[in-house]
Write a protein of this length. Structure first.
Length: 262
């Protein structure tokens, strides 16, 4: 394992060449907090789906399909945090006898390191930071509640993604987009037209390699989510785990996802 909290490179078999990243969970592999597990699962699955989209392989501004998915990811995460966070002066709900058992986090390897689209890479980096913070947060030891402090810490990354997308791609004034409750309307989404704002250079790109891209069946081993206990030793991009030769991951389990076509 890397000695820092940088994102981990899912360098497993042939998957390594896709530049897949997962949040750095450090030694925090399980959580007793159902809300945090739910939040990380929703965000991880949606982020993975967004970055396997063809837009991530192009340098041109993302399509409205992808931006709508980011819009929904951000508003969904904001909804979970807002509806479940408990103010500091409000007594937490506590059990009288039983406690929920700790459960493992699932991770969703995401093609982050080799993403050519700089808008999507920046947004993905912020979401991966929020997932890393969530998995390592002390409130994973709190069974039933999350605090406003946790909501604010995680929510700041989500708000930054939403603000950047709104101001840079939908031309929403910064003051408006910075409001905590700002949400893009259907009318604003319908106005998306990057050719009006971006240069002709930004609107053109070379065709990325089209062969050897994973199929839906190949991706199922990743899209189902991988329990942390089933991961091999992972390290930082692009060198891999400390002590591994030639940047190749040290394989410690036979139960992780196989490479495409295996």
């Amino acid at each position: 394992m890397s000695g820092t909290d940088a994102f981990l490179w899912y360098n497993v078999g042939d998957w390594g060449r896709y530049g897949l990243a997962i949040p750095n969970f450090s030694n925090d592999t399980r959580s007793q907090n159902d809300t945090i597990r739910y939040l990380t699962d929703v965000m991880g699955r949606n982020l993975q789906a967004i970055l396997w989209h063809p837009d991530a392989r192009l340098r041109t501004p993302p399509s409205i399909n992808t931006l709508t998915r980011i819009h929904k990811l951000c508003t969904r995460a904001r909804s979970i945090l807002a509806s479940r966070a408990v103010p500091a002066a409000t007594p937490n709900m506590e059990t009288a006898h039983a406690l929920p058992a700790p459960e493992e986090f699932l991770v969703y390897p995401t093609p982050y390191f080799r993403v050519r689209n700089q808008w999507l890479k920046q947004y993905a980096g912020l979401i991966l930071l929020s997932l890393t913070e969530s998995m390592q947060h002390q409130e994973n030891a709190r069974p039933l509640e999350i605090s406003l402090a946790f909501s604010g810490l995680i929510g700041q990354y989500i708000q930054r993604v939403y603000r950047l997308m709104a101001t840079e791609l939908f031309r929403v004034p910064t003051d408006e987009a910075s409001k905590p409750d700002f949400t893009l309307t259907d009318e604003q989404l319908a106005t998306y037209n990057p050719s009006v704002w971006f240069t002709s250079t930004e609107m053109l790109d070379t065709v990325p390699p089209l062969e050897d891209w994973p199929t839906e069946d190949d991706l199922q081993v990743l899209t189902d989510g991988i329990p942390i206990s089933q991961l091999p030793v992972l390290g930082r991009w692009p060198s891999g785990p400390v002590g591994a030769a030639s940047g190749t991951a040290v394989i410690s389990s036979e139960s992780f996802a196989p490479a495409p076509g295996a």
